[in-house]
Write a protein that binds this ligand. Sequence first.
Ligand code: DGL
Length: 266
Amino acid sequence: VADHSPIGIFDSGVGGLTVFRELTRLLPHESLVYLGDTARVPYGSKSPDTVIRYASACAEILLQRQVKMLVVACNTASAHALEALWDRLDIPVVGVIEPGAQAAVRQSTTGRIGVIGTVGTIGSGVYPQTIRTLLAEAEVFCKACPLFVPLVEEGWTEGPVPQAIAARYLEELLAEQIDTLVLGCTHYPLLSETIGAAVGAGVALVDSAEATALVVQQTLDATDLGADSDQLPFHQFLASDSPQNFAVVAKRFLGYDVADVEWVDF
Ligand code: DGL
């Protein structure tokens, strides 16, 4: 049996489009509904209770669109709200943290793993906890990099300013001789060249967007929820703030124009 209902994806804003992009590459015949909670972004600086409330509201909107599965394409929302969503929903819910942690453990040879993310994600301690569940002897070094998100949204992903900021943020992780660095925030894949240059060739970068798309594929296979490959899929974009602003920043993430962004009220 094939299920042609869409997969729902949400993020605090546009960052989750890095996950959306990987899903379109890996699962081209799946329909996708993407919700960016742009009216309430950023989640990265908010308390766990607030993020749980926002994430539940996002899930509710997507359920009204009859999604067959939910992807929490936001590290901060995954860090704080994944368990609450698992409890409340009866469709599969995939977050970005476990896939990223798994990829990091596969990648690392020394077990010295760095993680960067928002203040909320790093403060939650979820990454070290998840990585050590997978590899007990791992040593995990974390650093919040709050300036990275506005840099990406501004389109400043290359040049001296992001380079200087990356060097400053990453020096303490480098001092710990990490061999792997998890990009634990949906915006950071757009900075991967700058971050890669700052850490050097000896440190592998883990993009949790790619890893998450793989887990979504595995989940569809395991639950028999995948669409037929002869189906013509649709892509829909919803935003809780200005659709025009969403479209402008979304183009930076996807490299193409997104048409017909729909405004949604919570
Ligand atoms: N999407 C968020 C994350 O991955 C970053 C932006 C925000 O702070 O809301 O953590």
